[in-house]
Design a protein around this ligand. Structure first.
Ligand SMILES: [Zn+2]
Length: 507
């Protein structure tokens, strides 16, 4: 498909030292190279500035992942008619929700950034709202950065390209199409908006902002991939031309910056050529395009730390584009970033003793918790994802269960009216006695609850052994006494009070 994008606007070797004059708060180091009169400019990201910018301008009205179109629309519309941004409505979604583009700056380097084309991938949208606050402010000692961006770049932001998906927290749009597989066909309302925006703007640079699942790890390590980067391929051979090479350099710069925040927690996303995807097509249209995928980070279920990483990565990459300093990074640096592996789970229990069908054996168990969205919140439903020798696998939480035995949960004989009739202390007492489940007299309207117990109305839980694919509800016992409970995929140490927030539901 030809977009008719102008590709000869790119200026090879246009970035030279003489253009790099915009450092005011930015540290510039000139490192001597061989040869008289030659030097290589090294731009060192100002992490103190980036951190201050984030902490100062984080959009306080968004605190979790399940915000809706209605939550961000006022943050966009309040900027209409202002001095900082040119806000236009690109169009409307299938379900008639406006999709906006915010333009910042009037510089020659055109950059297009779009987020949340997958509705359940909101992390970068939060960071864009933070970035808007930063760009709009002034008089805080960071105006040099704004001046740099304003004079050298024109930034075109399209936050939440898939509002219909975002509002129900699903990947696809209201036509059940994956927008990131629609770059070639342009069959979707929202995909066409992005294609048309690219035609109109003819960007030099693109940022395709996504989330991925949290179970990617850096190969051979338990470290989650917190950010995955990709300079998407523009052909099946995965060749590197100047456009993709530049995208690789930008990604290498992001990776290097992130080492300071998540050492070893950056990987490359799968680089198989995807002829239907936007990043791959943008790259083939001559737009230096970087895919940023937000993954997982231990203790950050709402991805607020990863939101910060998005903010600083994007802001710094824009600074590097504005001043052309990304040329300092080598393609080899990008190539040396490892590809993600996928061997993480929420819980990994090693060497669990099992007695089943008069057999005694020892297995490792991996357990994940799937999320189910209810309005602005969610509950989880666990399942056992693997049973066997999982020595090469890892968990966000791991337990060496050698000497512990799988023990099924018992149902407490008394029926309760409400989950609220049982306190956390009572729940822990029940668990210590081997009761993992309570029955309710009726199904409540609000099925969510935060007790470390299975609460059920009719559907009796628990199984006699660890079954692949089944819910993870059991004890790990020593000498017949429960020491740990696994309730809906949460590992609970029965010797102390849990501090975790349980996102459970009445089943
Ligand atoms: Zn995605």
């Amino acid at each position: 498909m030809s977009l008719g994008l102008v590709t000869d606007r790119r200026k090879p070797n246009a970035v030279t030292m003489k253009h790099i004059i915009y450092f005011l708060t930015i540290v510039l180091v000139s490192a001597a190279c061989e040869g008289i009169g030659q030097s290589r400019i090294t731009y060192v990201p100002d992490t103190a500035m980036l951190g201050t910018a984030y902490e100062t301008y984080r959009e306080a009205s968004i605190t979790g992942r399940r915000f809706k179109h209605a939550d961000i629309e006022p943050l966009i519309r309040k900027r209409q008619g202002g001095d900082t941004f040119e806000v236009i409505q690109l169009g409307i979604s299938v379900l008639k929700k406006p999709i906006y583009q915010l333009k910042y700056g009037n510089g020659p380097k055109r950059v297009m950034l779009w987020s949340q084309m997958h509705g359940n991938e909101p992390t970068a949208t939060m960071a864009l709202m933070d970035l808007f606050n930063f760009l709009e402010a002034s008089g805080d000692g960071m105006d040099s950065v704004r001046t740099l961006l304003k004079t050298q770049t024109s930034l075109y932001f399209i936050p939440m390209l898939n509002p219909d998906g975002a509002d129900v927290y699903t990947r696809r749009n209201a036509m059940d199409v994956d927008l990131n597989r629609d770059a070639r066909s342009g069959a979707t309302v929202e995909g066409r908006l992005l294609i048309n925006a690219a035609k109109a703007v003819q960007p030099d640079y693109g940022f395709n902002l996504h989330d991925m699942h949290i179970y990617y790890n850096v190969p051979g390590t338990p470290t989650p991939v917190t950010i995955a980067l990709l300079a998407p391929a523009y052909n099946a051979e995965r060749e590197v031309n100047e456009v993709r090479g530049d995208a690789m350099r930008i990604a290498a710069g992001i990776s290097q910056l992130l080492q300071e925040y998540v050492p070893g927690g950056v990987a490359k996303y799968d680089d198989t050529y995807s002829p239907r995807s936007f990043g791959d097509n943008f790259q083939s249209w001559g737009i230096r395009t970087v895919l940023i995928e937000s993954g997982g980070y231990k203790g950050d279920p709402e991805k607020q730390f990863i939101r910060k990483l998005n903010f600083i990565s994007i802001l710094n990459a824009l600074i590097e584009i504005a001043q052309g300093s990304y040329v300092q990074y080598d393609i080899e640096t990008y190539e040396s970033i490892p590809f993600s592996d996928s061997k993480l789970s929420d819980i990994l229990l090693r060497r669990v003793g099992v007695s089943r069908d008069s057999m005694e054996y020892t297995v490792d168990l991996s357990i994940n918790r799937n999320e189910y969205t209810i309005a602005n919140d969610y509950y989880v439903q666990s399942h056992i994802t693997d049973v066997g020798d999982l020595r090469e696998n890892f968990g966000y939480i791991e337990l060496d269960a050698e000497g512990f035995h799988f023990m099924p949960v018992k149902i407490y004989p008394k029926v309760f009216d409400h989950v609220g009739d049982v306190s956390l202390e009572q729940a822990m007492d029940l668990l210590r006695q081997g009761y993992g489940a309570i029955q309710l007299a009726r199904m409540p309207e609000d099925r969510q609850h935060g007790l470390p117990l299975i609460a059920f109305y009719q559907q009796s839980p628990g199984t006699a052994g660890p079954h692949l694919g089944r819910a993870a509800n059991f004890f790990l016992a020593k000498g017949g006494a429960p020491a740990y409970a696994i309730i809906n995929g949460y590992l609970i140490d029965l010797s102390s009070m849990p501090r975790e927030t349980f996102k459970n539901y009445v089943q």
